[in-house]
Design a protein around this ligand. Structure first.
Ligand code: GLU
Length: 448
Protein backbone atom coordinates (compact mmCIF):
# COMPACT_ATOMS: atom_id res chain seq x y z
CA UNK A 1 0.00 0.00 0.00
CA UNK A 2 1.48 3.38 -0.95
CA UNK A 3 1.18 6.51 1.19
CA UNK A 4 -1.92 7.96 -0.50
CA UNK A 5 -3.70 4.60 -0.30
CA UNK A 6 -2.81 4.40 3.39
CA UNK A 7 -4.22 7.90 4.03
CA UNK A 8 -7.35 7.12 2.01
CA UNK A 9 -7.87 3.91 4.01
CA UNK A 10 -7.55 5.78 7.33
CA UNK A 11 -10.07 8.39 6.17
CA UNK A 12 -12.55 5.74 5.00
CA UNK A 13 -12.30 4.12 8.44
CA UNK A 14 -12.80 7.49 10.19
CA UNK A 15 -16.05 7.95 8.29
CA UNK A 16 -17.22 4.39 8.88
CA UNK A 17 -16.44 4.41 12.56
CA UNK A 18 -17.81 7.88 13.35
CA UNK A 19 -21.09 8.11 11.43
CA UNK A 20 -22.82 11.48 11.28
CA UNK A 21 -19.86 13.43 12.71
CA UNK A 22 -19.50 15.81 9.75
CA UNK A 23 -17.23 18.36 11.44
CA UNK A 24 -14.89 15.63 12.67
CA UNK A 25 -14.70 14.14 9.18
CA UNK A 26 -13.91 17.61 7.81
CA UNK A 27 -11.16 18.30 10.36
CA UNK A 28 -9.64 14.84 9.82
CA UNK A 29 -9.68 15.21 6.02
CA UNK A 30 -8.00 18.61 6.26
CA UNK A 31 -5.09 17.19 8.26
CA UNK A 32 -4.81 13.87 6.40
CA UNK A 33 -4.60 15.66 3.03
CA UNK A 34 -1.43 17.41 4.23
CA UNK A 35 0.40 14.34 5.49
CA UNK A 36 1.58 12.67 2.27
CA UNK A 37 5.04 14.31 2.12
CA UNK A 38 5.70 13.75 5.85
CA UNK A 39 4.72 10.08 5.65
CA UNK A 40 6.75 9.54 2.48
CA UNK A 41 9.80 10.70 4.36
CA UNK A 42 8.94 8.72 7.51
CA UNK A 43 7.67 5.26 6.53
CA UNK A 44 8.24 4.18 10.15
CA UNK A 45 5.17 6.21 11.11
CA UNK A 46 3.08 4.03 8.81
CA UNK A 47 4.62 0.84 10.21
CA UNK A 48 3.81 1.90 13.78
CA UNK A 49 0.23 2.89 12.92
CA UNK A 50 0.69 6.50 14.02
CA UNK A 51 -2.10 7.93 11.84
CA UNK A 52 -4.65 5.20 12.69
CA UNK A 53 -3.95 5.79 16.37
CA UNK A 54 -4.09 9.60 16.10
CA UNK A 55 -7.60 9.67 14.65
CA UNK A 56 -8.95 7.52 17.48
CA UNK A 57 -9.31 9.47 20.77
CA UNK A 58 -7.59 7.89 23.76
CA UNK A 59 -10.80 8.27 25.77
CA UNK A 60 -14.30 9.73 25.14
CA UNK A 61 -16.62 10.68 27.97
CA UNK A 62 -20.32 11.45 27.62
CA UNK A 63 -22.38 12.19 30.70
CA UNK A 64 -25.70 13.48 31.97
CA UNK A 65 -25.79 16.97 33.49
CA UNK A 66 -29.00 17.48 35.47
CA UNK A 67 -29.70 20.85 37.08
CA UNK A 68 -32.63 22.91 38.37
CA UNK A 69 -33.58 26.20 36.69
CA UNK A 70 -34.81 29.35 38.47
CA UNK A 71 -38.43 28.25 38.17
CA UNK A 72 -37.69 24.95 39.89
CA UNK A 73 -37.90 22.86 36.71
CA UNK A 74 -35.45 20.02 36.18
CA UNK A 75 -33.24 20.39 33.10
CA UNK A 76 -30.99 17.78 31.53
CA UNK A 77 -28.03 18.52 29.29
CA UNK A 78 -25.37 16.30 27.79
CA UNK A 79 -21.73 16.80 28.80
CA UNK A 80 -18.64 15.69 26.88
CA UNK A 81 -14.92 15.42 27.31
CA UNK A 82 -12.83 13.88 24.55
CA UNK A 83 -9.30 13.12 25.71
CA UNK A 84 -7.67 12.85 22.32
CA UNK A 85 -3.92 12.64 22.73
CA UNK A 86 -1.54 12.70 25.68
CA UNK A 87 1.63 12.18 23.62
CA UNK A 88 3.05 15.60 24.51
CA UNK A 89 1.49 16.31 27.90
CA UNK A 90 -1.76 16.28 29.85
CA UNK A 91 -4.89 16.59 27.70
CA UNK A 92 -5.42 20.30 27.14
CA UNK A 93 -8.26 22.17 25.49
CA UNK A 94 -11.32 24.20 26.27
CA UNK A 95 -14.94 23.54 27.18
CA UNK A 96 -17.68 24.85 24.90
CA UNK A 97 -21.19 25.53 26.20
CA UNK A 98 -23.47 26.02 23.21
CA UNK A 99 -26.70 24.34 22.04
CA UNK A 100 -24.94 23.07 18.88
CA UNK A 101 -22.42 20.97 20.86
CA UNK A 102 -22.46 17.27 20.05
CA UNK A 103 -19.85 14.51 19.92
CA UNK A 104 -18.78 15.32 16.34
CA UNK A 105 -18.16 18.98 17.22
CA UNK A 106 -16.17 18.10 20.34
CA UNK A 107 -14.11 15.58 18.35
CA UNK A 108 -13.32 18.05 15.58
CA UNK A 109 -12.19 20.57 18.18
CA UNK A 110 -10.18 17.99 20.11
CA UNK A 111 -8.49 16.74 16.95
CA UNK A 112 -7.50 20.30 15.92
CA UNK A 113 -6.23 20.90 19.41
CA UNK A 114 -3.65 18.09 19.19
CA UNK A 115 -1.80 19.78 16.32
CA UNK A 116 -2.34 23.33 17.56
CA UNK A 117 -0.93 22.46 20.96
CA UNK A 118 2.02 20.65 19.37
CA UNK A 119 2.80 23.76 17.29
CA UNK A 120 3.10 25.90 20.41
CA UNK A 121 6.12 23.83 21.44
CA UNK A 122 4.66 23.46 24.94
CA UNK A 123 4.19 20.20 26.87
CA UNK A 124 0.43 19.86 26.29
CA UNK A 125 -1.63 17.08 24.76
CA UNK A 126 -4.99 17.59 23.03
CA UNK A 127 -8.56 17.39 24.28
CA UNK A 128 -11.85 19.25 24.23
CA UNK A 129 -15.18 19.15 25.99
CA UNK A 130 -18.40 20.96 26.64
CA UNK A 131 -22.14 20.63 26.77
CA UNK A 132 -25.23 21.45 24.73
CA UNK A 133 -26.15 23.96 27.43
CA UNK A 134 -27.09 27.45 26.26
CA UNK A 135 -25.89 30.08 28.73
CA UNK A 136 -27.68 32.84 26.77
CA UNK A 137 -30.49 34.32 28.83
CA UNK A 138 -29.62 32.21 31.90
CA UNK A 139 -29.19 33.86 35.30
CA UNK A 140 -25.89 33.70 37.19
CA UNK A 141 -27.47 31.23 39.59
CA UNK A 142 -28.50 28.92 36.77
CA UNK A 143 -25.06 29.08 35.19
CA UNK A 144 -23.50 28.30 38.57
CA UNK A 145 -25.74 25.29 39.22
CA UNK A 146 -25.09 24.00 35.73
CA UNK A 147 -21.31 24.35 36.13
CA UNK A 148 -21.44 22.62 39.53
CA UNK A 149 -23.39 19.68 38.15
CA UNK A 150 -21.06 19.44 35.13
CA UNK A 151 -17.98 19.36 37.36
CA UNK A 152 -19.54 16.89 39.81
CA UNK A 153 -19.20 14.32 37.04
CA UNK A 154 -16.10 15.57 35.24
CA UNK A 155 -13.79 16.13 38.25
CA UNK A 156 -12.82 12.44 38.46
CA UNK A 157 -11.22 12.63 35.01
CA UNK A 158 -9.25 15.85 35.58
CA UNK A 159 -5.99 16.78 37.27
CA UNK A 160 -3.09 19.11 36.62
CA UNK A 161 -1.07 16.16 35.26
CA UNK A 162 -4.03 14.44 33.60
CA UNK A 163 -6.49 16.74 31.87
CA UNK A 164 -6.66 20.54 32.08
CA UNK A 165 -9.76 22.23 30.59
CA UNK A 166 -10.17 25.95 29.88
CA UNK A 167 -12.78 28.10 28.17
CA UNK A 168 -14.15 28.21 24.64
CA UNK A 169 -17.46 29.55 23.26
CA UNK A 170 -19.85 30.15 26.18
CA UNK A 171 -17.20 29.50 28.83
CA UNK A 172 -15.26 32.49 30.21
CA UNK A 173 -13.93 33.64 33.57
CA UNK A 174 -17.32 33.36 35.30
CA UNK A 175 -17.84 29.72 34.30
CA UNK A 176 -14.21 28.77 35.02
CA UNK A 177 -14.68 30.25 38.52
CA UNK A 178 -17.76 28.11 39.24
CA UNK A 179 -16.11 25.00 37.77
CA UNK A 180 -12.95 25.55 39.82
CA UNK A 181 -14.93 26.11 43.02
CA UNK A 182 -16.76 22.82 42.63
CA UNK A 183 -13.57 20.91 41.77
CA UNK A 184 -11.90 22.31 44.87
CA UNK A 185 -14.86 21.46 47.07
CA UNK A 186 -15.15 17.86 45.87
CA UNK A 187 -11.44 17.05 45.88
CA UNK A 188 -10.47 19.20 48.88
CA UNK A 189 -7.44 20.37 46.91
CA UNK A 190 -6.51 23.87 45.78
CA UNK A 191 -5.09 22.53 42.55
CA UNK A 192 -4.55 25.78 40.64
CA UNK A 193 -3.27 24.13 37.47
CA UNK A 194 -6.35 21.94 36.92
CA UNK A 195 -8.15 24.64 34.91
CA UNK A 196 -6.79 27.59 32.94
CA UNK A 197 -8.45 30.84 32.01
CA UNK A 198 -8.94 31.60 35.71
CA UNK A 199 -9.44 35.25 36.58
CA UNK A 200 -6.23 37.10 37.45
CA UNK A 201 -6.02 37.40 41.23
CA UNK A 202 -6.49 33.75 42.20
CA UNK A 203 -4.30 31.81 39.82
CA UNK A 204 -5.14 33.21 36.41
CA UNK A 205 -2.48 34.52 34.09
CA UNK A 206 -2.21 38.07 32.86
CA UNK A 207 -2.91 38.28 29.12
CA UNK A 208 -4.83 34.96 28.99
CA UNK A 209 -8.11 36.77 28.27
CA UNK A 210 -6.47 38.74 25.47
CA UNK A 211 -4.23 35.95 24.18
CA UNK A 212 -6.25 34.30 21.41
CA UNK A 213 -7.23 37.57 19.72
CA UNK A 214 -3.83 39.19 20.23
CA UNK A 215 -2.09 36.04 19.01
CA UNK A 216 -4.17 35.89 15.81
CA UNK A 217 -3.19 39.48 15.05
CA UNK A 218 0.50 38.80 15.77
CA UNK A 219 0.34 35.82 13.43
CA UNK A 220 -1.26 37.96 10.70
CA UNK A 221 1.39 40.62 11.26
CA UNK A 222 4.07 37.98 10.64
CA UNK A 223 2.33 36.80 7.47
CA UNK A 224 2.03 40.39 6.18
CA UNK A 225 5.69 41.06 6.97
CA UNK A 226 6.75 38.33 4.53
CA UNK A 227 5.35 40.63 1.82
CA UNK A 228 6.72 43.81 3.32
CA UNK A 229 3.26 44.85 4.58
CA UNK A 230 1.70 45.64 7.97
CA UNK A 231 -1.58 46.66 9.66
CA UNK A 232 -0.96 50.37 9.49
CA UNK A 233 -3.88 52.11 7.75
CA UNK A 234 -5.49 48.80 6.75
CA UNK A 235 -9.24 48.13 6.75
CA UNK A 236 -10.04 45.01 8.73
CA UNK A 237 -13.19 42.92 9.17
CA UNK A 238 -13.43 40.76 12.30
CA UNK A 239 -16.37 38.39 12.47
CA UNK A 240 -17.82 37.55 15.87
CA UNK A 241 -17.84 39.71 18.99
CA UNK A 242 -16.86 37.23 21.69
CA UNK A 243 -13.58 36.92 23.54
CA UNK A 244 -11.41 36.24 20.48
CA UNK A 245 -12.97 39.00 18.34
CA UNK A 246 -12.84 41.69 21.04
CA UNK A 247 -9.13 41.32 21.64
CA UNK A 248 -8.34 40.94 17.95
CA UNK A 249 -10.01 44.34 17.45
CA UNK A 250 -7.98 45.77 20.32
CA UNK A 251 -4.64 44.64 18.87
CA UNK A 252 -5.48 45.65 15.29
CA UNK A 253 -6.23 49.17 16.55
CA UNK A 254 -3.01 49.22 18.57
CA UNK A 255 -1.09 48.39 15.39
CA UNK A 256 -2.69 51.20 13.40
CA UNK A 257 -5.34 49.22 11.53
CA UNK A 258 -9.06 50.04 11.53
CA UNK A 259 -11.69 47.38 12.23
CA UNK A 260 -14.76 48.53 10.34
CA UNK A 261 -17.10 45.60 10.99
CA UNK A 262 -17.85 42.79 13.41
CA UNK A 263 -20.83 40.47 13.98
CA UNK A 264 -22.80 38.19 16.26
CA UNK A 265 -25.42 35.53 15.57
CA UNK A 266 -28.09 38.22 15.11
CA UNK A 267 -26.31 40.14 12.33
CA UNK A 268 -23.40 42.46 11.69
CA UNK A 269 -22.28 45.94 12.52
CA UNK A 270 -20.41 48.46 10.36
CA UNK A 271 -18.68 51.47 11.87
CA UNK A 272 -16.55 53.31 9.33
CA UNK A 273 -14.88 55.31 12.14
CA UNK A 274 -13.51 52.05 13.49
CA UNK A 275 -15.31 49.89 16.04
CA UNK A 276 -15.53 51.62 19.43
CA UNK A 277 -14.02 48.90 21.55
CA UNK A 278 -14.96 50.29 24.95
CA UNK A 279 -18.59 50.38 23.87
CA UNK A 280 -18.45 46.89 22.38
CA UNK A 281 -16.72 45.47 25.47
CA UNK A 282 -19.34 47.01 27.74
CA UNK A 283 -22.11 45.49 25.61
CA UNK A 284 -20.58 42.04 25.36
CA UNK A 285 -18.53 41.52 28.52
CA UNK A 286 -20.58 43.49 31.05
CA UNK A 287 -24.15 43.69 29.79
CA UNK A 288 -24.08 40.42 27.80
CA UNK A 289 -26.23 42.20 25.18
CA UNK A 290 -26.51 42.04 21.37
CA UNK A 291 -24.38 44.11 18.98
CA UNK A 292 -27.56 45.69 17.59
CA UNK A 293 -27.58 47.80 20.80
CA UNK A 294 -24.31 49.44 19.64
CA UNK A 295 -26.13 51.74 17.20
CA UNK A 296 -28.23 53.21 20.03
CA UNK A 297 -25.06 54.68 21.51
CA UNK A 298 -23.47 55.38 18.14
CA UNK A 299 -26.11 56.24 15.50
CA UNK A 300 -23.49 56.77 12.75
CA UNK A 301 -22.87 53.02 12.81
CA UNK A 302 -25.09 50.61 10.91
CA UNK A 303 -26.52 47.28 12.06
CA UNK A 304 -27.81 44.74 9.59
CA UNK A 305 -29.71 41.60 10.48
CA UNK A 306 -29.47 40.37 6.89
CA UNK A 307 -26.50 39.91 4.56
CA UNK A 308 -22.94 38.88 5.30
CA UNK A 309 -20.18 40.62 7.19
CA UNK A 310 -17.59 39.39 4.67
CA UNK A 311 -19.25 41.48 1.93
CA UNK A 312 -17.79 44.57 3.60
CA UNK A 313 -14.64 45.48 1.62
CA UNK A 314 -11.42 45.00 3.61
CA UNK A 315 -7.68 44.37 3.28
CA UNK A 316 -7.57 41.81 6.07
CA UNK A 317 -10.28 39.44 7.33
CA UNK A 318 -10.16 37.72 10.71
CA UNK A 319 -12.98 35.17 11.11
CA UNK A 320 -13.30 34.89 14.90
CA UNK A 321 -16.84 33.52 15.40
CA UNK A 322 -17.30 29.79 14.84
CA UNK A 323 -16.76 26.79 12.54
CA UNK A 324 -17.78 27.00 8.88
CA UNK A 325 -18.93 30.61 9.14
CA UNK A 326 -17.00 31.66 6.01
CA UNK A 327 -18.01 29.76 2.87
CA UNK A 328 -17.10 29.83 -0.79
CA UNK A 329 -19.27 32.87 -1.64
CA UNK A 330 -17.78 34.87 1.24
CA UNK A 331 -14.28 33.99 0.06
CA UNK A 332 -15.13 35.02 -3.51
CA UNK A 333 -16.49 38.37 -2.25
CA UNK A 334 -13.39 38.97 -0.11
CA UNK A 335 -11.05 38.21 -3.01
CA UNK A 336 -13.08 40.41 -5.37
CA UNK A 337 -12.77 43.27 -2.87
CA UNK A 338 -8.99 42.84 -2.72
CA UNK A 339 -8.38 41.02 0.58
CA UNK A 340 -4.63 40.52 1.25
CA UNK A 341 -4.67 38.20 4.25
CA UNK A 342 -7.11 35.97 6.14
CA UNK A 343 -6.32 34.41 9.52
CA UNK A 344 -8.61 32.10 11.49
CA UNK A 345 -9.17 33.38 15.04
CA UNK A 346 -11.92 30.78 15.51
CA UNK A 347 -11.52 27.03 15.04
CA UNK A 348 -12.12 25.98 11.40
CA UNK A 349 -14.24 29.05 10.47
CA UNK A 350 -13.42 28.70 6.76
CA UNK A 351 -14.94 25.85 4.78
CA UNK A 352 -12.57 23.79 2.57
CA UNK A 353 -14.14 25.47 -0.49
CA UNK A 354 -13.35 28.93 0.91
CA UNK A 355 -9.75 27.92 1.66
CA UNK A 356 -9.40 26.70 -1.94
CA UNK A 357 -10.57 30.13 -3.20
CA UNK A 358 -7.95 31.94 -1.06
CA UNK A 359 -5.23 29.54 -2.15
CA UNK A 360 -6.09 29.97 -5.82
CA UNK A 361 -6.04 33.77 -5.50
CA UNK A 362 -2.69 33.79 -3.67
CA UNK A 363 -4.21 35.34 -0.52
CA UNK A 364 -2.14 34.77 2.64
CA UNK A 365 -4.14 32.27 4.68
CA UNK A 366 -3.37 31.41 8.32
CA UNK A 367 -5.22 28.28 9.50
CA UNK A 368 -6.66 28.26 13.04
CA UNK A 369 -4.24 25.65 14.36
CA UNK A 370 -1.49 28.18 13.89
CA UNK A 371 -3.24 31.55 13.96
CA UNK A 372 -5.31 30.98 17.11
CA UNK A 373 -2.70 28.99 19.06
CA UNK A 374 -2.00 32.02 21.28
CA UNK A 375 -4.88 31.20 23.63
CA UNK A 376 -3.81 27.72 24.51
CA UNK A 377 -0.13 28.75 24.54
CA UNK A 378 -0.94 31.30 27.23
CA UNK A 379 -2.90 28.61 29.07
CA UNK A 380 0.35 26.64 29.13
CA UNK A 381 2.07 29.75 30.53
CA UNK A 382 -0.66 29.87 33.18
CA UNK A 383 0.12 26.24 34.07
CA UNK A 384 3.82 27.14 34.37
CA UNK A 385 3.02 30.00 36.74
CA UNK A 386 0.69 27.77 38.80
CA UNK A 387 3.31 25.00 39.03
CA UNK A 388 5.95 27.41 40.27
CA UNK A 389 3.49 29.40 42.43
CA UNK A 390 4.56 32.50 40.58
CA UNK A 391 2.81 35.43 38.85
CA UNK A 392 4.29 37.11 35.82
CA UNK A 393 3.55 40.68 34.75
CA UNK A 394 1.28 41.45 31.80
CA UNK A 395 4.29 42.62 29.77
CA UNK A 396 6.34 39.51 30.50
CA UNK A 397 3.45 37.20 29.61
CA UNK A 398 2.54 39.09 26.46
CA UNK A 399 6.12 39.08 25.26
CA UNK A 400 6.23 35.27 25.72
CA UNK A 401 2.99 35.05 23.73
CA UNK A 402 4.43 37.17 20.92
CA UNK A 403 7.54 34.98 20.90
CA UNK A 404 5.42 31.80 20.64
CA UNK A 405 3.41 33.25 17.74
CA UNK A 406 6.57 34.21 15.87
CA UNK A 407 7.90 30.72 16.41
CA UNK A 408 4.64 29.07 15.24
CA UNK A 409 4.78 31.24 12.13
CA UNK A 410 8.40 30.31 11.39
CA UNK A 411 7.68 26.62 11.93
CA UNK A 412 4.79 26.76 9.47
CA UNK A 413 6.93 28.38 6.80
CA UNK A 414 10.04 26.23 7.19
CA UNK A 415 8.01 23.01 7.34
CA UNK A 416 5.91 24.04 4.32
CA UNK A 417 9.10 24.78 2.41
CA UNK A 418 10.77 21.52 3.45
CA UNK A 419 7.76 19.30 2.75
CA UNK A 420 6.05 21.04 -0.18
CA UNK A 421 8.45 23.60 -1.58
CA UNK A 422 6.12 26.59 -0.98
CA UNK A 423 6.67 28.47 2.27
CA UNK A 424 3.38 30.38 1.82
CA UNK A 425 1.45 27.12 2.27
CA UNK A 426 0.59 27.62 5.95
CA UNK A 427 -1.99 24.81 5.87
CA UNK A 428 0.60 22.21 4.91
CA UNK A 429 3.17 23.79 7.23
CA UNK A 430 0.91 23.81 10.32
CA UNK A 431 -0.44 20.30 9.78
CA UNK A 432 2.93 18.73 8.99
CA UNK A 433 4.85 20.52 11.76
CA UNK A 434 2.22 19.65 14.39
CA UNK A 435 1.99 16.07 13.16
CA UNK A 436 5.75 15.48 13.17
CA UNK A 437 6.13 16.58 16.78
CA UNK A 438 3.27 14.36 17.96
CA UNK A 439 4.31 11.42 15.77
CA UNK A 440 7.86 11.51 17.13
CA UNK A 441 6.60 11.33 20.70
CA UNK A 442 4.12 8.55 19.87
CA UNK A 443 6.78 6.49 18.11
CA UNK A 444 9.10 6.81 21.12
CA UNK A 445 6.37 5.87 23.62
CA UNK A 446 5.43 2.57 21.93
CA UNK A 447 2.08 1.22 20.83
CA UNK A 448 -0.29 2.60 23.43
N1 GLU B 1 -10.51 26.95 23.50
C1 GLU B 1 -9.23 27.50 23.17
C2 GLU B 1 -8.73 26.89 21.88
O1 GLU B 1 -9.51 26.60 21.01
C3 GLU B 1 -8.24 27.46 24.32
C4 GLU B 1 -7.99 26.16 24.94
C5 GLU B 1 -7.13 26.23 26.20
O2 GLU B 1 -6.69 27.30 26.59
O3 GLU B 1 -6.89 25.16 26.76
O4 GLU B 1 -7.56 26.71 21.65
Amino acid sequence: MNVSEHIEAVYTEVRRRNPGEAEFHQAAAEVLESLTPALERHPEYIETGIVERLVEPERQLIFRVPWVDDRGAVRVNRGFRVEFSSALGPYKGGLRFHPSVNLGIVKFLGFEQIFKNALTGMAIGGGKGGADFDPKGRSDGEVMRFCQSFMTELYRHLGEHTDVPAGDIGVGGREIGYLFGQYKRITNRYESGVLTGKPVGWGGSHARTEATGYGAVYFTQEMLATRGEDFDGRRVVVSGSGNVALYAVEKVHALGGRVVACSDSSGYLVDEDGIDLELLKDLKEVRRARISDYVEAKPAARFSARGRVFDIPCDIALPCATQNELGRDDAVALVKNGVRAVAEGANMPCTPEAVAVFREAGVLFGPGKAANAGGVATSALEMQQNASRDTWSFEQTESRLAEVMRDVHTQCRTTAEAYGGNSDDYVLGANAAGFLRVADAMAAQGVI
